[in-house]
Ligand binder design. Structure first.
Ligand code: AMP
Length: 419
């Protein structure tokens, strides 16, 4: 029996990787431009971390976590998302004592045992940010504006930005009563999960994907009508700031998102272009003002988002992939193979990416490999070139070849590559 990757988990081979690198580099550049710094957290965490933060009645915790008992009888879980770890680390390292506002970003794999589909995997990658210590609303607007600008910079133009507010504890208390009054007559029509959610966390019912529950949720009273004055003022300021920044958005009162820790501002960006299919949520985020405290830290407001990298890659326009090699060094005779290795090293020391076929082979077969790699330049070294301190430099795109001094070869290659 041949072994294959776990269902829903994919290999990313080198032919695909340049797109990933481009995306990750663009993300780093963008968020570092706003003062975010990278943090890396363990992929495995104590199970209790996710149960306590994401929430016991959420789909992730109820159905999707990869949880196992290690050899020390501890219950561990492969992280299904990044915020819980970030908050745990923020509290564990008493980061609040070092700076009033902390801005972190992360990139890495997440694990959820969902039903695999196009754009939905069991191991997928997220890039996200977290801001600790700023109650908003201006940081909320800046974060939304930052990520919308980032997505546009990837060439993804057809997007929709959804925003909502679910307010703080007081708003939620008011709203829960109104929501329950609305749901109660429909209790028997709801799915078994939602019937349980009604008692544990009624807001969760609004996030159910079962068709009949979706229909019932659509007519539920909107939470925005139940915001306290403070929560309303926050949401109004956020909208004013987004308008000032020129970020288009749509208010969607039914947006609650599937995790328990959110408070106040929520947002999601949907991809509208073809290619994404049904899994069109590119990113989601929001405020979680109670989470740091609930994990034993000081009262610290916070906001963050996470984007699915696979979905961004699916939505990004195709660009011609560049060669991963600048120069292919060709040894014209077996006697100069060691000399060719030396030339390769000289060229690499100037920053060029250099390949060669040190197994040897005919001149023609070596040049064919250079061509296959879409390399721009070949440098051919034979006995006469070695004797003369020269190389044959062939521009494979222009199909021009001439002899250059070996000590000038790297400079010439850089000039050709710079166009
Ligand atoms: P969430 O952590 O659920 O708010 O998800 C944030 C983003 O991660 C989503 O908008 C998706 O882009 C991405 N995402 C979530 N789950 C998956 C999955 N199973 N496969 C691929 N991407 C996902």
């Amino acid at each position: 029996m041949s072994l294959r990757a776990v269902k829903g988990m994919k290999d990313i081979l080198p032919d695909e990787i340049s797109k990933w690198h481009r995306l990750e580099r663009a993300f780093r550049d963008r968020v570092e431009g706003y003062g975010f710094r990278e943090a890396r957290f363990p992929i495995v965490e104590p199970t209790a971390l996710f149960v306590r933060t994401i929430g016991e009645t959420t789909d992730i915790v109820e159905k999707e976590m990869y949880t196992f008992t290690d050899r020390g009888d501890k219950s561990l879980t492969l992280r299904p998302e990044g915020t819980a770890s970030a908050v745990r680390a923020y509290v564990q390292h008493s980061v609040q004592g070092r700076e009033p506002v902390t801005k972190w970003y992360y990139i890495g794999p997440m694990y959820r045992r969902e039903r695999p589909a196009k754009g939905r995997y069991r191991q997928f990658y997220q890039a996200g940010i977290e801001v600790f210590g700023d109650p908003g609303p201006y940081i909320d607007a800046e974060v939304i504006d930052m990520v919308v600008g980032f997505i546009a910079s990837l060439g993804i133009t057809e997007v929709e930005v959804l925003v909502n507010s679910i307010g703080g504890a007081a708003t939620r208390q008011n709203y829960t009563a109104a929501l329950l009054a609305y749901l109660e007559p429909h209790r028997d029509e709801l799915c078994a999960d939602c019937q349980r959610r009604m008692d544990a966390n009624p807001l969760r019912v609004l996030d159910c994907k079962v068709p009949r529950c979706v229909e019932i949720a659509a007519d539920a009273p909107p939470i925005l009508k139940h915001l306290t004055d403070d929560d309303r003022a926050h949401f109004d300021r956020l909208q004013e700031a987004l308008t000032k920044l020129g970020t288009p958005y749509r208010i969607v009162g039914s947006l609650v998102r599937g995790l328990d820790y959110y408070t106040g501002t929520l947002f999601e960006v949907l991809g509208k272009g073809e290619g994404l299919g049904a899994q069109n949520a590119l990113l989601g985020g929001g405020r979680y003002d109670q989470l740091v405290k609930s994990l034993g830290g000081p009262d610290t407001p916070a906001i963050g988002f996470a984007m699915g990298l696979e979905r961004l890659l699916m939505a990004m326009p195709e660009v011609e992939s560049e060669s991963h090699v600048d120069v292919f060094v060709v040894a014209a005779q077996p006697t100069v193979r060691a000399e060719a290795a030396l030339l390769g090293r000289e060229l690499r020391e100037t920053g060029l990416r250099v390949e060669s076929d040190l197994r040897g082979g005919s001149l023609k077969s070596q040049l064919r490999r250079a061509d296959k790699m879409n390399t721009r330049i070949a440098m051919i070294l034979g006995e006469s070139e070695v004797a003369a301190g020269a190389v044959q430099l062939k521009d494979l795109r222009a199909q021009k070849q001439h002899t250059v001094f070996r000590k000038e070869a790297a400079k010439r290659a850089h000039e050709i590559l710079a166009g």
